[in-house]
Each structure stands twice: as C-alpha cells, then as structure tokens.
Design a protein around this ligand. Structure first.
Ligand SMILES: [Fe+2]
Length: 234
C-alpha cells in the first residue's frame, strides 16, 4: 500500500522493470482482495515470463482500459511500432461472466515488416478481458508458439493509475535476445500510447458511457462488454 501512496504524487508516466510477476500479484491483491481468476493465469504463465514493466499515469484508469480494448488503435496509434499492421476482421466474440474474448485477424502487408521474423503475415489474435483490471493479448508465432502480453491496470486514489505489462513466450531459444527486443518494443508502444491516452482523458469517457454513447462497432465489442459489466469502472 505504501507503494501506491507514493505513486499518487507522480505526475509523469515512467517505467521500471518489475523483477517478477509475483510483485504484481501482491499489488493487485492489496487493491482488490477479491479472489481473482487472473492470479491462476499468471501462475500458469510464470515459467514463460520474459519482461515485466510498470508505469504510472496521471490519467483515469478508464482511459487505459478503453485504449487496451479499442482494436483500431493498433492501426491508428501504433502505425510505427507495428509497422502498419492492419486489422482485417473480427472473427469471433465470446462474452464471459466477468469479461469476454474477441478474436481478430491481422495482416502484415509489407514484406519488410520486422514482425515477420516472429509471425506469419496473417494471424488471428485473441484479446481477453479477464476482469475489470486485466487484459490479455495472445499472438500466435512460428512453430505453434505464442507471445502473451498481460496488462494489469490498477486505479489509484488520485484518479491516476498504474499499468503493469508482463510479456511471456513459450519460445525456448534466444531468450536473452527476446527479452531485449520485447522490452524495447513495449517501451516504444507505451511512448506511442501516451498522447492518445492523454487525449482520452480530455474526452470525458465516463459521460459517454453514462449516456450510452460508446461505439457499437465490432472492434469495440470488448469495451462495450466492459461497460455492460462495470459501467464507468470500479
Ligand atoms: Fe496501445
């Protein structure tokens, strides 16, 4: 809890390496004592952990959740880091009692796209809302392996929030190199996201939710599910 109080005075987003995800589980537990299914998922993934990062934002946690669940921002905000990745279609949506999963097809059109080192040009990606604090992104890569990114968003009492990013991969080889690459890639996407999240903070998302003005577009289905379950958040 001391960490959380200290972070309230932090006005800028910053990054720290989180040595292991157990620290994250402890933070989450402190804030939210409910029995969280995500802890079982984190334990399951622990052996494949590559990167842990922690950021502080002076913006409402709802902005971070909106950003994570808005598929189209992968094209519009991450054009540089994802090298013009495109979303072809939403292929499946499954709601759950506490969230849901959206599956969408992505394509890397450029033959020079560096992401082709890890994945096929066309793959289906899963985005799962595990609970109001946790989003999981799963990307299939070569040889039946996966890269999984877990985002834990923890609201703070000053209307800011913390974001924990944990990256996992079932790839067994080149782990030291993968750690460096994923660490840098994550830092880059966070930098790209910062102006977007700041813009969202000015938009009064809470009002849009209360007036039921959230987009009904298929790429926003998971955020729509979030608002159905949790309104403007917890
Ligand atoms: Fe983003």
């Amino acid at each position: 809890m001391q960490d959380i109080q200290n972070s309230q005075s932090n006005a800028l987003a910053l990054v720290e390496n989180a040595e292991n995800s157990s620290a994250i589980a402890t933070e989450v537990e402190t804030i939210n004592p409910r029995d969280r299914a995500i802890e079982a998922r984190m334990t399951e993934l622990r052996a494949h952990h590559l990167v842990g990062q922690r950021y502080f934002y002076p913006f409402p946690y709802l902005c971070q959740i909106y950003h994570l669940l808005n598929l189209k921002h992968l094209e519009s905000v991450h054009g540089f880091s994802l090298n013009n990745l495109e979303i072809l279609q939403v292929s499946h949506f499954q709601s759950s009692e506490v969230g849901g999963t959206i599956r969408f097809k992505t394509i890397l059109r450029s033959p020079l796209n560096i992401l082709r080192l890890w994945r096929q040009p066309v793959v289906e990606v899963d985005l799962t809302l595990h609970d109001p604090y946790t989003v999981e992104l799963t990307i299939p890569i070569y040889r039946g392996k996966q890269v999984t990114v877990l985002f834990n968003v923890i609201p703070l009492q000053n209307r800011g929030h913390e974001l924990f990013i944990d990256i996992y991969s079932s790839l067994k080889r080149f782990k030291p190199l993968l750690k460096i690459v994923f660490h840098l890639a994550s830092c880059l996407t966070v930098l790209e996201d910062l102006p977007y999240i700041r813009k969202l903070a000015r938009r009064n998302l809470e009002r849009s939710i209360e007036l039921d003005k959230v987009s009904n577009h298929e790429t926003m289905q998971l955020f729509k599910r979030f608002t159905e379950l949790y309104g403007v958040g917890v």
